[in-house]
Design a binder for this molecule. Sequence first.
Ligand code: GLN
Ligand code: ZN
Length: 770
Amino acid sequence: MSLKTHNLGYPRVGARRELKKALESYWAGRSTQQELRDTAAALRKAHWITQRDAGIEWIPSNDFSFYDQTLDASVLFGVVPARFAHSPGRPVDLDTYFTMARGIDTENHATAGVAALEMTKWFDTNYHYLVPEFAAGQTFALSSSKPLEEYREALALGIKTTPVLLGPVSFLMLGKAYGENPDDLKEMLLRDLLPIYADLLGQLKSAGAEWAQIDEPCLCLDLTDRQRRWYDDAYRMLAGADTPKLLLATYFGELRDNLPLACRLPIDGLHIDAVRAPQEVERVCDGLRDDVLLSVGVVDGRNIWRNDFARSLDILRTARESIGADRLIVSPSCSLLHSPYSLKYEKAMDAEIKSWLAFAEEKLGEVKTLARLAGADGAHSELDAALRENRAMIAARRTSARIHDGAAQARLAMVCEDDWRRATPFAERVKAQQAHLNLPLFPTTTIGSFPQTAEVRGARARFKSGELSAEQYDAFLEEQTRDAVRWQEELGVDVLVHGEFERNDMVEYFGERLSGFVFTQNGWVQSYGSRCVKPPVIFGDVSRPAPMTLRWSEFAQSLTKLPMKGMLTGPITILQWSFVRDDQPRSVTARQIALALRDEVRDLEASGISVIQIDEPALREGLPLRRADRDAYLDWAVAAFRLASSGVRDQTQIHTHMCYCDFNDIIQSIADLDADVISIETARSQSELLEAFAQFQYPNDIGPGVWDIHSPRAPSAREMLALLQSYAEVVSPERLWVNPDCGLKTRGWEEVRPAMRHLIECAREARRKW
Ligand code: GLN
Ligand code: ZN
């Protein structure tokens, strides 16, 4: 006998990113809405069939989205802010949907622009969702029939699916509501929202749905007593309505203090993330009522390693003993949205490493095999072979020479106290830096990259395809760099950058030069809307066989007497934007990367680079979901940065950069990085800067952006000066730098040239005033 199997969601952009292409072509006006819908339907069909053929019983529908499932929920319940000019109660059309996602740019329209919904990270993933906006007089009305249509669409293919809905409490909690205490409004809204959920669920039941999956990932967060009460109230109300059976899905963490709550809700099934919370499975089994099914997510939906069957079987067998085979379901830990499609597209990958991996399609197979293994009562030759093969693979990976690098491990073991800190405190070393660099008040710089023009990307593509020789490509990059250096000198920038023309991506570039990394050909994962990322895979001990950036920094420095800033990506950002090995703590991998960067920092210094920037835009996004876990993370994350950056002389100036300004809860850690200069994004919300940095009296130098490079509009020198002045009210002027708020790779030179001219003017004007 086999246990039952359940999948929570499937990737939707298409194995060949068909949806991405269809969306972008539709947005550009090159294809019709019908063509877009046809592509979407073909993808859904293919995905349902893949899941059915894999033998999955609970197959999701409504997990597809044209842009984002949270936006789908907003549209479904009629949560459309007034600026999108939608009449309440009417169906939301696809173009309004896309306007909510993308806004309307002022640039291209005579009329005023419309701001898109805010976008933010989905829990601790690299997926971004569109934040629901609840207004004061918010009303709800079913405004889309997507869940029903997709249910019927699958049914027409002979596949009975489980519609997936974002649960009412998570929907409210993930959104923003106005007012002094947003939870007051949300509590009122919950009462109005529930009948609409019940109505929709009733319709799904009438259409034939036996089960519905209700996602409540917020059950893995810190909840207030009041929020816990919302769960009780909501599910009591839904239990009284005529709905399909409800399978409530939690994921991305441990339930901890919410475990009794999850167990007592009047539902028909519960899904838990047994990858993040294996130790809770027994307690959940004990706590559930005997008529509730339990879906145990043992296959990691967030990472790409093959499952360790022995480990998963331990968990499943314990659960089976406790609640019986009839009530037990096997599943991935969360939606497979966060996994790439299939290994079958990886034609170039090293065979040994490939044998350790499982992407979405392979994960479905693992779920099925585990269900059969955990359901079997006696020996079964085919199953035993699968188990043996898995055990051999796990053992081979554990002992592989590819993973273990004795030298890297020994080096890590030798790290001592002094390696984690600069020799002298900031207040003193800043004098040495000043004597050496001789910078004016309000020094000017940029964040690193200059426009990655079609010409630059084209040359890189031609080099990769062999059309350009290494020498030709190199000469091209030299020319780009030379032009950029000359332009910065003419403009009067104080600390120059080489422009990063040689880099494809700030993580991939380093991964390609470090041992322990491997790259996929087609391992795309949706980041938001049509955007996908292809994270590197860190499979083994990390080390640096040779300098990574020295060649370009040295070359650029040779062109000028002004300081040239070396440019590195920090250890946490490299970690955060990769698939990381699961056989040692992330903190250890972070330290290995840090040591490799430390060598790079030293090499740069030795070759005469006296300003070195180590970007950490992903530091904040690594924060654990639960407050109780945050300090531990921040400790090792800060330590990794310091390990990378502290091996330099006093006079060498370390910069860091972060693409946000929301530092309120991590300002102590930001200060603990002890970077000499931090550049941050503030152009859009200075009030937060005022709060965090001013209250904390942040001691080192800061460059709060005076130009928001995320918008195509180049501000005037006067606007920049006004911002700078507001910064000078909270940060001492001697500590302030003048810079854009992020790298310029996505902008064009026609925007960068005038904006940078204004920025230099702004700094000069500020110097005259102070
Ligand atoms: N140095 C990088 C750049 O300028 C930083 C990018 C980032 O912070 N995301 O492109
Ligand atoms: Zn940035």
